[in-house]
Design a protein around this ligand. Structure first.
Ligand SMILES: [Fe+2]
Length: 191
């Protein structure tokens, strides 16, 4: 169900959600909008993205956003199988919303070796910020970065150790995305 692209040669999973799933995700977030809006703060990662991460490490767990978890879980399972780690133990550890206003950006970073990371793009009109993956540092001199332009309803999944950044929001629109980290049980990964 998910399409895979090999980079550097890390694997990135891409999929356009069914309209129904995209709507369910939005509706579940909207149902908690008042409480969620209180959690946004600035500059968590020394960039200019607003996020709920500082105030709440896992939005999905705190607000019992079960439909969202149900929709994204199979993509993590599929990704783990694709990279040869499935079936393994994995657990939603962190989830948060990001808002990028005009001129918003996020610098190059990783989420860590314990995580499989994913993002659902909820509102990302053209020009609000592409995601760019870079090779791991040891290969910087040999490989070029690869850039994706997300559309509303896209889900992207990748290993937490893959460096990535969000390019400038060159539009007049705000970009909204939901990001999550699934913890991979390392004991379970030992061969
Ligand atoms: Fe990230």
């Amino acid at each position: 169900m998910m399409e895979y692209k090999e980079l550097f040669p890390w694997v990135v999973g891409l999929h356009r959600l069914e309209e129904n799933d995209y709507t369910l995700i939005r509706d579940e977030l909207v149902s908690k909008r008042e409480d969620i809006n209180k959690l946004f703060t600035n500059n968590t990662w020394q960039d200019n993205i607003q996020t709920t991460f500082s105030e709440c490490r896992c939005l999905i767990t705190r607000f019992k956003l079960d439909k969202i978890e149900e929709i994204i879980n199979p993509f993590i399972k599929s990704y783990l199988e694709r990279i040869g780690f499935g079936p393994k133990k994995y657990k939603l550890a962190q989830s948060w919303l990001n808002v990028s206003h005009p001129y918003g950006f996020q610098g190059l970073h990783v989420h860590g070796e314990n995580y499989i990371t994913g993002t659902v793009y909820l509102d990302c009109e053209e020009g609000t910020g592409d995601i760019q993956f870079s090779p791991p540092l040891t290969e910087l001199n040999f490989k070029k970065a690869d850039t994706f332009t997300p559309a509303n309803g896209d889900i992207i999944v990748f290993h937490g150790q893959l460096p990535h950044r969000v390019l400038y929001n060159k539009s007049q629109n705000t970009r909204l995305s939901l990001t999550f980290n699934y913890y991979i049980d390392h004991d379970d990964l030992v061969c």
